[in-house]
Design a protein around this ligand. Structure first.
Ligand SMILES: [Zn+2]
Length: 114
């Protein structure tokens, strides 16, 4: 079994008081190393990076409270942001978990259900 980790950054506001962070999203995929491609889960991580960047382009420099509340999330906390990314990636990739870091000292991790 192998893991691939991809980290990207974005800036956004969240919370009741709409405070801003330079967030870090960390996406961890897991899979057996594929004997044909040599990649974990047969996945080229550049595809994953492009998809993460696409998701970020919809929320970068925006207010996550408005976006996430509009999607039915109860909060715009780090768990909700992680779930937002997980929901968009999990049908396409074997995602183990998504971590959202709001500072270097504070993060939330949401694991895929399977
Ligand atoms: Zn915060």
């Amino acid at each position: 079994m192998a893991e691939i980790g991809i980290i990207e950054t974005f800036k956004a506001r969240h919370g009741q008081d709409a405070h801003e962070h330079n967030f870090r999203v960390e996406v961890i995929l897991e899979g057996e190393v594929d004997s044909e491609s040599g990649y974990a889960g047969g996945i080229d991580h550049y595809d994953v990076i492009l998809d993460i960047k696409k998701i970020i382009s919809t929320i970068d420099n925006k207010n996550l409270k408005e976006i996430l509340n509009g999607l039915g999330f109860k909060s715009s906390g780090n768990e909700s942001i992680a779930t937002f990314f997980l929901n968009k990636l999990t049908n396409k990739y074997p995602v183990k978990c998504v971590k959202i870091w709001e500072t270097d000292e504070r993060y939330a991790t949401v694991y895929s259900k399977e």
